[in-house]
Ligand binder design. Structure first.
Ligand code: MRU
Length: 279
């Protein structure tokens, strides 16, 4: 089978690669919708397995799609796609309600990159409370702009800052709220999220500010290993003869995370690792 000739798959991959579809949950939903149509056309055989693998590897760090595909492969039913999409969508609503309770009235929240789950939680809080947001630009792809636009559209007071200014502004914020690509309960343990998250967590720890992670339970990562996606140097800077590193994610050790909010519970990182890190 010639994968490179699979135009429909190529188109789907390109949408994810170019970050037209972004955010761990949105990528999973997009891929599940695509794969449902794909399975209806081609069945659940080898061609489907290859397409699933190709989509999963397009953003190899995030774990949601991986966890969903494990279920799809086990059940091999069309209804599984719809069930998983529904679960992911419902999870955001549920965790937003839980997480909003952690946000005090009048709080200034710092967030990083674009997380649908963090944005939903902040929006939920503003139904009853007055909050302000400081959002990072999130270099190099400026994904924080999407966050700022969404919050502004919801009538929330939001300021964008350079990624390098997070330490400077930390003393003015009441809490940090970010999303996640993966919650590692096996080595290397920690919160896997957009590059720069670790720096923010260090600054929050210095100023003793709570650091919350909104992440549905499909983000619990039991994979034996994790690949931190390294994007092309040109995506960062393009100077002839100058080399560059451009990793897209980092891993924040759990000791810098205050609580994880998912659709079922608000949990400490130590409990999360104890509960899910065994098998
Ligand atoms: O929509 P979410 O909450 O699933 O998105 C969360 C993320 O994908 C990560 O926070 C990621 O690092 C942001 S990059 C778009």
């Amino acid at each position: 089978m010639q994968i490179h000739k699979d135009k429909e798959l190529e188109k789907a991959v390109e949408k994810i690669k170019s970050v037209k579809v972004q955010g761990a949950k949105e990528i999973a939903i997009f891929a599940l919708k695509f794969l449902k149509k794909y399975a209806m056309k081609h069945g659940f055989g080898l061609r489907f397995e290859v397409a699933s693998y190709v989509l999963e590897q397009t953003r190899p760090t995030a774990v949601v799609l991986h966890n969903c595909l494990e279920i799809v492969k086990r059940e091999q039913k069309m209804s599984t796609f719809d069930k998983l999409i529904k679960q992911l969508e419902t999870a955001t609503k549920r965790l937003a309600k839980k997480g909003a309770k952690l946000i005090p009235d009048g709080a200034t929240i710092m967030t990083h990159c674009h997380s649908g789950e963090a944005v939903a939680t902040i929006k939920e809080a503003t139904k009853k409370k007055d909050v302000k947001v400081i959002a990072t630009l999130t270099e190099p792809l400026m994904q924080g702009v999407k966050t700022a636009r969404e919050l502004k559209r919801a009538g929330i007071d939001v300021h964008l800052i350079a990624d390098s200014a997070t330490g400077f502004f930390m003393r003015h914020v009441d809490l940090v709220m970010v999303g996640a690509d993966a919650l590692r309960v096996r080595e290397p343990k920690g919160l896997v999220n957009k590059i720069g998250t670790f720096n923010i967590a260090l600054a929050a720890n210095y100023y003793k500010k709570p650091f919350y992670v909104t992440a549905n339970s499909f983000k619990i990562d039991k994979r034996k290993k994790i690949i931190i996606e390294e994007r092309p140097k040109e995506g960062l800077i393009n100077i002839k003869g100058i080399k560059a590193y451009n990793p897209a994610f980092d891993i924040t050790p759990w000791k810098f995370v205050t609580k994880i909010i998912n659709e079922k519970e608000i949990i400490n990182p130590e409990e999360l690792v104890k509960k899910y890190g065994k098998d």
